[in-house]
Ligand binder design. Sequence first.
Ligand SMILES: Nc1nc(=O)c2c([nH]1)NC[C@@H]1CN(c3ccc(C(=O)N[C@@H](CCC(=O)O)C(=O)O)cc3)C=[N+]21
Length: 286
Amino acid sequence: MVISVKLLEGKKVAQALDETMAKRVESLKEKGITPGLAVVLVGDNSASAVYVRNKQRRAEKLGINFQLIRFEESVTEQELLAKIDELNNDSAIDGFLVQLPLPDHIDEDKVNEAISPNKDVDGFTPISVGNLWIGTPMTKPATASGILMMLDHYNVDLDGKNVVIIGRSNIVGKPTAALMLERNATVTITHSHTKNLKEITSKADVLVVAIGRAKFITQDYVKDQAIVIDVGMDRDENGKLCGDVDFDDVKDKTSMITPVPGGVGPMTITALVDQVIELAEGRING
Ligand SMILES: Nc1nc(=O)c2c([nH]1)NC[C@@H]1CN(c3ccc(C(=O)N[C@@H](CCC(=O)O)C(=O)O)cc3)C=[N+]21
C-alpha cells in the first residue's frame, strides 16, 4: 500500500492568498486609503528581529504602509506606554502590535491593556480575548487564525473532530482552542502539568503542537492518519531551524503535516496582514 502524506505548505498557501490580498489593498488605495501597520520591537532578540523583518517584507509587498518602531532593551514602561498612546491616536495606522517577548522589567499585561482594541491586530487585549471566546471576534490572534486559514485552504473540516492542543499560551494555545471550538471541534488543551500526555494526544484527529521544545513529538504521540500542526520555532542539535515535532519520525503516520520552516510561520504573517487590511476596510464600512 502506498501511503501518501500531504504536506500543509503554509508558504505556498501564503503566496496564493497574497494575490487576493494585494487586490484588496489596491481597491482601498483607489478610495484614497492606504492600510497602515506598525510594529513595536524592543531590544535585539534575534528571533524577533527575523519575524519582524518577515512581517515587514510581506506587508510592503502587498502595498501596506509599514512602520517599524524600535526601542532599546532599556526602554521604560512609561516610554513604551506613551508610544502606544500615540499609535492609538494615529489615523494613518489601522493596526499595530508590540512584538513579544518583552524585557522582564516591562509588564506585558499592562502593555496589552494599553492597546486600543480597535487597532489590536494581534487580538491580545482583554477586550479582544473576551470577544474571541464569546464568538464575536473583532481581531483574531495571527497564529491561530493562520492555522485555520491553512486548514480551510486544504478543505479540512473540523466539525466533530477531536483536536488536541499542546500548550496553553495566550498567543497560541488558548486562541487556537477558541477558534477551533467555534468550528465545532471537540478541543482538549494539554500543558506541562498534563498527566498521560501520550494517551491524550494519540486520540487526536488534529494535533496542534506549541511547546517550544525541538522535535519533542515522536510517532508514539500521534494517532494513525492524524493531521499534525507544528507551531514550534526551535533549533536542532546542529543549530538548524526545526519544529516541536520530529518531522521525519512522524510524517508517514500522518495524513497531513506542516513543515518547519514553511508551515505555520508564513501563515501567521498572512493572518496578520489580512487583519490589517480588514481593519482598513473598516474605515469605509464604518
Ligand atoms: N506580538 C507578537 N505577535 C506575534 O505574532 C508574534 C510575537 N509577538 N512573538 C513571536 C511569535 C512568533 N511569530 C512568528 C512569525 C513569523 C515566523 C516565520 O516567518 N517563520 C518562518 C521562518 C523564519 C526563520 O527563517 O527563522 C517559517 O516558519 O517559514 C515565525 C514565527 C510571531 N509571533
